[in-house]
Design a protein around this ligand. Structure first.
Ligand SMILES: Nc1ncnc2c1ncn2[C@@H]1O[C@H](COP(=O)(O)OP(=O)(O)OP(=O)(O)O)[C@@H](O)[C@H]1O
Ligand SMILES: [Mg+2]
Length: 224
């Protein structure tokens, strides 16, 4: 489903260039639930941004469903991102001027789905995430954990094939974190959605099929 082959990522230019990913290679199979772990600054978000087609590697090849993305145009990448990928950002990126349900429905608007259908699908997901009563509010008035679930609903609303989530339980208390994790494992099992989850939480990482450990931008361990 997702392949990284000898990926290097350098930010900036000499003499201020910093190299954040070195020769990163791994493959994530269809239906797999994979955790990316590693200390702060080890390159986890940088890696996920590349996987989410939000950034391009300095060198190396990324494949999605066997197709190298390096030669695709920006428009083709945007289409692939909208159709195939769901992304939960470490810092949510919710729009305060839109209501909760409008935030959730946003990816469907980019696909040209009509308003009643957008509203129906957004509300169905909010119900699943126990947020239905917040549907009409601005996300700015929600707690961190609630905003995190709205961001998750937005990532799931388009029925993606690959969910990329950067610390989706990072701001949650342990009970809510366990609930979100149970929801994710349920979706992974029932719908076979491939998931890549960045987490600091070793207990959550152990619930995944596989763990990829980063240290200083290098893959130091991949469990089988
Ligand atoms: N746009 C950027 N420009 C320059 N340096 C960057 C940029 N983005 C990230 N970095 C640097 O790359 C390194 C890896 O950052 P990254 O955000 O990928 O780490 P992380 O593993 O996600 O950390 P955390 O667990 O704290 O979220 C850090 O040293 C960071 O300062
Ligand atoms: Mg990060």
């Amino acid at each position: 489903m997702l392949g990284f082959h000898d990926i290097n990522k350098v930010f900036g230019r000499p003499p201020n260039a910093i190299s954040v990913l070195h020769q990163v290679t791994f493959n994530i199979r269809h239906g797999e639930f994979c955790a990316i772990v590693g200390p702060s600054g080890s390159g986890k978000s940088s890696l996920l941004n590349l996987a989410g087609l939000l950034d391009r590697p300095t060198s190396g090849c990324i494949t999605i469903n066997g197709q190298p993305i390096g030669t695709m145009s920006a428009a083709a990448l945007a289409r692939l991102r909208n159709r195939l990928l769901g992304f939960v950002f470490q810092s949510f990126h919710l729009l305060p001027r839109l209501s909760v349900w409008q935030n959730v429905a946003l990816p469907l608007q980019y696909r040209g789905i009509d308003l009643p259908e957008r509203k129906r699908r957004a509300h169905a997901l909010l119900e699943r995430l126990a947020l239905l009563e917040k549907a009409e509010q601005s996300p700015a008035r929600l707690s961190g954990g609630q905003q995190q679930r709205v961001a998750l609903a937005r990532a799931l609303v388009g029925s993606p094939r690959l969910l990329l989530a950067d610390e989706p339980t990072g701001n949650l208390d342990s009970v809510t974190a366990a609930e979100v994790m149970a929801l994710l494992t349920g979706i992974n099992r029932q719908e076979g959605l491939t998931m890549v989850l960045v987490t600091h939480d070793q207990a959550l990482a152990r619930q995944c099929h596989r763990r990829i450990t980063l240290l200083d931008g290098r893959v130091v361990e991949v469990t089988s």
